[in-house]
Write a protein that binds this ligand. Structure first.
Ligand code: NAG
Ligand code: NAG
Ligand code: NAG
Ligand code: NAG
Length: 156
């Protein structure tokens, strides 16, 4: 038992010294000394800010709004949507799960895309208006990233 504790302590100190969690532009999470949550800093996720913008200029009534998540755990986009729905009562979404691709965002605030009917869907873009190459279950936003959900049609 004593041996394991010493090994863990050494790993913890090595992590602090190497500062392996300090990537550019990212803040280190505040971990109390001796926290049981993390074995070392390297095991702790980054704490970041993420901004989500939702816009529908396709079908009346039009709407646009944003949700800013502060000091949130770096995670896949779908986790941030869950957080947004928790902190903002005006934001809601539904998703369909595909075993191969993960979650597909079908509905935001009661507005549902229908590809079969009119090729409408919630397109996910980065702050340069480029469509994300990964789905909501795979894409991991960086610190201070802006992600846009734009209701649009496939012709676009
Ligand atoms: C985000 O929402 C706030 C409050 O409604 C608004 O003042 C701000 O202009 C919005 N920002 C963007 C980028 O849409
Ligand atoms: C986020 O974390 C920073 C650094 O710990 C702190 O100064 C700030 O008040 C926090 N902001 C919110 C909204 O929790
Ligand atoms: C999409 O539109 C088709 C044709 O109108 C309809 O049968 C289907 O139920 C719609 N799907 C959704 C998810 O609304
Ligand atoms: C958002 O969708 C609208 C409606 O289809 C379209 O006119 C606009 O160009 C889209 N914006 C972006 C940034 O893709």
């Amino acid at each position: 038992m004593e041996g394991i504790h010493i090994v863990l302590l050494v790993v913890y100190i090595a992590s602090v010294v190497l500062g392996c969690n300090q990537k550019r532009g990212e803040r280190k999470p505040d971990i109390p000394t001796g926290s049981t949550e993390c074995k070392g800093l390297c095991d702790c996720p980054n704490i970041i800010d993420v901004k989500l913008i939702v816009q529908n200029y396709f079908r009346p009534d039009f709407f646009e709004y944003n949700v800013t998540l502060r000091n949130t755990t770096q995670a896949t986009l779908i986790r941030h949507l869950e957080s947004a729905a928790k902190v903002n009562p005006h934001f809601s979404f539904s998703a369909n799960y595909h075993p191969q691709w993960g979650y597909f965002i079908s509905t935001i605030n009661d507005l549902t895309g229908n590809w079969t009917l009119d090729k409408t869907y919630w397109r996910i873009l980065d702050s340069d208006y480029n469509q994300l190459q990964l789905g909501a279950s795979s894409y991991v936003p960086e610190h201070q990233e802006l992600v846009i959900f734009n209701f649009t049609t496939g012709g676009h």
